[in-house]
Design a protein around this ligand. Structure first.
Ligand code: TRP
Length: 442
């Protein structure tokens, strides 16, 4: 249970609450969910097993683990990619962290309770297009993460997340139940349950795959790192299935909390990254008309939980880069945090401004924020995951993979599943990923 909790702590985050609902909205609902669930079970789960076997097999940090399997320059590059991806991710993740911070402050100031749903319309749009406010929140958020990592008060934060994730879980169930009772919610339920395959394109597949990797934190070195701490007696297959199932459940609950409310509010489901920030205040303002006190409390708890989930993820994302700079470049912790704060702060600022003053700057037709996000989850994480499966399926000796996944054959059920798992790893996952990459490029 403790192992699953640690993995789930990394997996459950903004990916489930913020990213999943808006991708569902952009990609036509149920069909996307179906593809996402299948990809998670058939492609992501084997990658998770690959990364955890590499981590526990090598018992060292992710860069060293990769160099172990691939000596020389190529190994160094692969390892470097796994350090760079989390930093890239952190740059725009902390922009959203900044948004959650602003919304927590708004919830605390009872703004949603004192405004009618109509008054709240367009509120978020005004905030993110402001010339400097979102940037200030982004830098404050990143600064907090950097301060925590620099001072190493990580253990306190970890204790904090132990209750924040279960709280978030309870809250999201309550919000989903409430959301389903809103007038017009049934159109949202239909959207989530009835697949419309006419909206499915090659891009839907790559988005679903990218989301699955993003949500399970694959291809970012974190699973390898965490797994190197796992005891030899633990069952990696059970940990993988437990993590994937809890992460999926959480995402689906968030979908049922957000999408019916989106339809009820008459908000466009394809609104993109701003979706939950437009929708949640609407739910809280609506609820406030009958139960102002309850609504105020739930709004505060909910945004606090999102903020904490984002902060804890940001800390572990930063930790990967800090560990690299302190161990390999012999930099002090404080300096490493300061350097990465400046780098991620600058890049994130560009992403943050891309909703306002820089909205006309486009790369491949996307604004800088969307570009950073799709490059991370649809390219870097996919590449990182591909490297992991190739390492575990083809480079790592079969006997070693068998030893890790079955604890030396003592776990009978795992031993029986091993040939299927290895087949998925060796053939299905790499071929599936490559096909998707190629088809999305056409
Ligand atoms: N899975 C996280 C989420 O859903 C995001 C994430 C990806 C992450 N890679 C990570 C978090 C590495 C921590 C460490 O929000």
């Amino acid at each position: 249970m403790a192992v699953i909790a640690a993995f789930a702590g990394s997996a459950i985050g903004l990916g489930n609450i913020w990213r999943f609902p808006y991708l569902v909205g952009e990609n036509g609902g149920a069909a996307f969910i179906l593809i996402y669930v299948v990809f998670t079970l058939v492609l992501s789960l084997p990658i998770f097993l690959a990364e955890s076997a590499i981590g526990r097999g090598s018992q060292v940090n992710c860069r060293a683990a990769v160099s172990f399997l691939v000596p020389g320059r190529a190994g160094r590059w692969f390892g470097f990619l796994m350090v760079l991806t989390p930093l890239w991710l952190l740059s725009y993740y902390s922009v959203v962290g900044g948004w959650s911070m602003d919304y927590l402050i708004r919830a605390l100031s009872l703004e949603f309770i004192h405004s009618t749903p109509d008054q709240l319309a367009g509120n978020f749009e005004r905030f993110i297009s402001h010339p400097w406010m979102p940037m200030l929140f982004h830098l404050s958020f990143l600064g907090m993460a950097a301060a925590v990592v620099a001072f190493g008060v990580k253990s306190g934060i970890e204790k904090f997340c132990k209750w924040s994730i279960p709280t978030l879980f309870v809250l999201i169930v309550l919000i989903a139940v409430y959301s389903l009772t809103l007038p017009g919610a049934n159109r949202g339920v239909e959207y989530l349950m009835k697949p419309d395959f006419s909206k499915v394109t090659a891009h839907t597949f790559i988005d679903a795959l990218g989301q699955s990797f993003f949500s399970l934190s694959l291809g970012t070195g974190i699973i390898i790192t965490y797994s190197s701490y796992i005891k030899k007696g633990e069952n990696l297959m059970v940990a993988g299935v437990g993590t994937a199932v809890s992460d999926l459940t959480f995402a689906l609950l968030a979908g049922f909390a957000i999408i019916p409310a989106v339809f009820s509010a008459g908000i466009e489901p394809g609104a993109g990254p701003t979706l939950i920030f437009d929708t949640l205040p609407f739910i809280f303002s609506n609820l406030a008309q009958q139960m102002p006190f309850l609504s105020a409390v739930v709004a505060i708890l909910f945004f606090a939980a999102i903020f904490i989930a984002a902060l804890t993820s940001a800390i572990s994302l930063l930790e990967v880069g800090v560990a690299y700079l302190t161990e390999e470049k012999e930099m002090s912790r404080g300096r490493a945090c300061a350097l990465l704060f400046v780098l991620c702060g600058a890049f994130g600022t560009l992403c943050s401004l891309s909703f306002g003053p820089l909205s006309r700057v486009r790369l491949l037709g996307l604004n800088l924020f969307d570009f950073a996000d799709s490059a991370a989850s649809n390219v870097f994480m996919v590449l990182g995951s591909l490297i992991s499966v190739i390492l575990a399926g083809w480079v790592m000796p079969r006997s070693e993979l068998f030893r890790e996944l079955t604890n030396g054959g003592t776990l009978r059920a795992n031993a029986r599943l091993f040939p299927a798992a290895r087949f998925l790893l060796q053939y299905v996952t790499p071929i599936g990923i490559l096909t998707l990459i190629l088809s999305s490029m056409l």
